[in-house]
Design a protein around this ligand. Structure first.
Ligand code: UD1
Length: 310
């Protein structure tokens, strides 16, 4: 039986991935429960090994990673603004912690590591969609940290023979995204505002756009990246290939719910990227990426979940 390890497996994206992996093998989760929650694994808790450990602690995580077939490295302190407000922990987790995971995997005989990279690495490139061959232009500590992780992934492959695949996630949303922090993903905050009938705050004019990608599509792509042949050492976009403005999404949500709640507008956020949209051709051709969820369907499912659970 395959043994999978998911760092950050109690988090929003990690826990969706755990559910998919359980159909294919055994799963061990490494999570410090800083931004993740045990409740994210509630109905699969009996089938998962959950280790409360911090990726900054190499000695603690090395024995948990040793001998795994594939490690999915999802653990991170996400958020662009958080990396500006709290650069030290964000650096330590996203760069030092990532190094520790690769190092433990290389020493521990792991076949492949799938790394959660970020679309923020592109920054404000003039052309859309964003293609993997473009020069990265990180605009925030978070973007720089995630990019360093990609470079480490590539170097662990070329220097130490560890198979790695980096996936640049494009604004992932869906059930279990935690809306409780000001650093939470914008769609989780929109969902909370909508259900509480409170205006959301939009930073800037709301005409910035994102390639919002449903969590299940991203989790499926992670599994494909774990097994695709001939892709070790490479990086791929993990997006949908579309883009929507915040104004459009907020008006769509109001219509769906049959309410009128004008948004409040605040100053633009430092480090913010204006537009983001993935070119998905390489992921489709080489990994078999096949996103299933339109924005309407994804938002509908997400809203249903928040209505039920949050
Ligand atoms: C960035 C990355 C994304 C990464 C994420 C991790 C880009 C293009 N994307 O997302 O790949 O996974 O960091 O956290 O860099 N906003 C509001 N009101 C709010 C909150 C946010 O208007 O209450 C705006 C932000 O200013 C931004 C957009 O919504 O323009 C999206 O913000 P957020 O959800 O935090 O994600 P990004 O920073 O785009």
């Amino acid at each position: 039986m395959k043994r999978y390890v998911v760092t950050g497996g109690a988090g929003f994206i990690g826990s969706a991935l755990v559910r998919i992996l359980l159909e294919d093998g055994s799963v061990a989760v490494i999570d410090n429960l800083l931004t993740g929650h045990e409740r994210n694994l509630a109905e699969v808790r009996g089938k998962v090994e959950l280790h409360r450990a911090d990726i900054r602690d190499r000695a603690a995580i090395a024995p948990l990673i040793r001998g795994a077939d594939v490690v999915f490295h999802m653990a991170a302190i996400p958020s662009v603004p958080r990396s500006i407000d709290e650069p030290v922990p964000s650096h330590e987790v996203n760069i030092d912690g990532t190094f520790n995971v690769f190092q433990a995997a290389a020493e521990g005989g792991v076949r492949r590591v799938v790394y959660a990279a970020s679309s923020s690495a592109y920054g404000d490139s003039e052309t859309l969609p964003k293609v993997e061959t473009m020069l990265p232009r990180p605009k925030s500590p978070y973007a720089a940290q995630k990019l360093v992780g990609e470079y480490y992934a590539s170097v662990f492959h070329s220097c130490f023979g560890l198979e790695t695949v980096s996936l640049r996630f494009f604004n992932v949303y869906g059930p279990r995204q935690d809306p409780s922090s000001p650093y939470s993903g914008v769609l989780s905050l929109f969902m909370k505002s909508l259900l509480c009938r409170r205006p959301p705050t939009i930073f800037g004019d709301g005409e910035q756009s994102r390639d919002f990608t449903y969590v299940e599509d991203v989790a499926q792509l992670c599994l494909k990246a774990a097994h695709a042949p001939g892709v070790a050492g490479k990086m791929y976009n993990a997006g949908n290939g579309g883009r929507y403005t915040l104004n459009f999404i907020w008006s769509l949500l109001q219509k769906t719910e049959g309410v009128e709640i004008p948004a409040r507008y605040g100053p633009p956020r430092p480090g913010d990227v204006r537009h983001s949209m993935a070119d998905t051709a390489a992921a489709v051709a080489e990994l078999g990426h096949a996103p299933r969820f339109t924005i309407e369907e994804g938002l509908k499912r997400t809203l249903e979940w928040y209505r039920r659970e949050a």
